[in-house]
Design a protein around this ligand. Structure first.
Ligand code: NOJ
Length: 547
């Protein structure tokens, strides 16, 4: 492929304001070489699938050199590819192929911590106390007479103290696993290093970065105690002296200047666990990052009022800083939403509805690999496979179950096309029943989740009212949501377990429905379903109740 479809352009398209971005968890997407672990050549071979699905961009989780203590979120070399995932040449080829297909590529950057096998950390351990090598990390003396107690009461997100003691008696900070020492962002050398890492990947052609723990790099001066016991939840809302400090915004401003110095509207996406929508919006102020995942939406319970409150607040706070909202239902850190919404038939029904709701909202949306197949969380992985460091905290909090490899083919045995024929085993086993959930099986079923996503993404791309913009809430009975997007589009969500009726009115044409919809004088919408309409239905959702 020679021609690049995504050309750097002098004209600002602001593509990211309504882009649909597909998250590839590289380890579990497609295995190109048959070692049971997904890799960059595997992703490359499946790019046509992603282009056909109708997404605008692909976010690749970390594929850099790593001992994999946290499956790549412990980086030992930020400028190279781990051999398990391929090579730099593979990364380059993947970016080129993606661009030729009209897909942009976002890569992860992990600036809060390195791996303990990073050359800098080895030098820090070898260096003297108070040496420049140690100053790249957060080393402190312990408390107590012999310094035998950690320097403060901070707990790691993965459980246990956030400090580990080294041979000469000092302690180093790690907000995550002990193999992930936190960097010291008060040190200018750390800034210079990451500026250079960003430039390295931008020069290679990436279209942006998803910034890991974007709220964590700067800690409160003096590292004060939290003051109460208890760890911070993954994607939580806790206000603690090591998250969401003012200083992180200076870093994002500096990175924005780097992004803006490149052609082609390269973007920064914050993975920020903010205590409120207002705090989250600070990451997407005009001179900071472009997007911030809306985890408050992801965490909303299946309840119309809760969804409406989150949506309203997010739109309002984002609009105050002129940013789009960035919706997300699942990722590699949380239970898959089919399962969160109740599992089984009900969970699937709700996940179908949630897809249409999310894709109708103003702004950008992320799709986590496999959600377009309606994959559930795998809750019964055999013990010997479970390796997520978060299980330290409590065995039920493991994230392995949302990281099971994707099923691609309908025939034969697991791993169902995830790996080349003859591959005995994938790193996490693919359940035998997933042949029916495979891409191949769903592609030939017009009623499948995959067909719903394809149709919705196509419509979203073509319909002028969808994507960036605003919405107007319409009156609707308790348990339902209704909003219009200009005169040509409405969305009606029935989150109750009963049927509701909608008066379509003249010109009110049903465009898409996540569940069965029965047409007559009035249109009847199934429980847990979302519908898209041509036209502004106004306040036409008439009543809830058995019909
Ligand atoms: C957030 C990432 O999404 C998660 O997978 C990782 O464990 C932590 N950050 C630490 O890097």
């Amino acid at each position: 492929m020679t021609e690049l479809a995504v050309q750097p352009s002098a004209v600002a398209t602001r593509w990211w304001r309504d882009a649909v971005i597909y998250q590839v968890y590289v380890r579990s997407f497609a295995d190109g070489n048959g070692d049971g672990v997904g890799d960059l050549p595997g992703v490359r071979s499946r790019l046509p699938y992603l282009a056909g699905l109708g997404v605008d961009a692909v976010w690749l989780t970390p594929f850099y050199t790593s001992p994999m203590a946290d499956f790549g979120y412990d980086v030992a070399d930020y400028r190279d590819v781990d051999p398990i995932f391929g090579s730099l040449a593979d990364a380059r080829a993947l970016i080129e192929d993606a661009h030729a297909l009209g897909l942009r590529i976002i890569v992860d950057v992990v600036p809060n911590h390195t791996s303990d096998r990073h050359a800098w950390f080895a030098a820090a351990l070898a260096g003297a106390q108070a040496s420049p090598e140690r100053d790249r990390y957060v080393f402190r003396d312990g408390r107590g007479e012999g310094g035998e107690l950690p320097p403060n009461d901070w707990e790691s997100v993965f459980g246990g103290p956030a400090w580990t003691r080294v041979e000469d008696g000092q302690w180093y900070l790690h907000l995550f696993a002990p193999e992930q020492p936190d960097l010291n962002w008060d040190n200018p050398e750390v800034h210079a290093e990451f500026d250079d890492v960003l430039r390295f990947w931008l020069d290679l052609g990436v279209d942006g970065f998803r910034i890991d723990v974007a709220h964590g790099m700067v800690k409160a001066p003096g590292l004060p105690d939290v003051g109460h016991p208890g760890h911070v939840e993954m994607i939580g809302v806790a206000e603690v002296p090591f998250f969401d400090q003012e200083g992180v915004h200076e870093i994002h401003r500096a990175w924005r200047r780097i992004l803006d110095s490149y052609e082609g509207e390269r973007i920064g996406v914050a993975e920020a666990w903010a205590p409120s929508a207002e705090r989250l919006a600070r990451y997407v102020r005009p001179d900071e990052l472009h997007q911030a995942f809306n985890f408050h939406f992801l965490k909303a319970p299946w309840d119309a009022a809760a969804f409406r409150a989150v949506i309203e607040e997010s739109l309002l706070t984002a609009a105050l800083v002129g940013a789009p909202s960035t919706w997300v239902l699942s990722n590699h850190d949380v239970k898959r939403h089919v399962t969160r919404y109740g599992g089984g038939e009900r969970g699937l029904r709700r996940a179908r509805a949630a897809a249409l709701l999310m894709l109708a909202l103003p702004g950008s949306a992320y799709i986590y690999q496999g959600e377009e197949l309606g994959l559930p969380e795998v809750l019964d992985l055999p013990e010997q496979y479970l390796r997520d460091p978060q299980r330290l905290r409590d065995p039920d909090s493991g994230r392995d179950g949302c990281r099971v490899p994707l099923p691609w083919t309908a025939a034969g045995e697991p791993p169902h096309g995830f790996a080349p024929p003859g591959t005995a085993e994938s790193w996490l086993p693919v359940p035998p029943g997933w042949r029916d959930l495979s891409v191949e099986a769903q592609a030939r079923d017009g009623a499948s989740m995959l067909s719903l996503y394809r149709a919705a993404l196509k419509m979203r791309r073509e319909h002028p009212a969808l994507g960036d913009g605003t919405l107007i809430w319409r009156d609707s009975p308790a348990g339902t949501l209704a909003f219009s997007r200009g005169e040509s589009f409405s969305c009606v969500a029935n989150l109750t377990s009963e049927w509701i009726e909608v008066e379509a009115g003249p010109g009110g044409l049903l465009l898409a429905s996540s569940g069965p919809a029965v047409s007559g004088d009035v249109v009847r919408l199934a429980p847990d379903s979302v519908t898209w309409w041509a036209g502004d239905l106004g306040d036409a959702v008439s009543r809830a109740g058995d019909v």
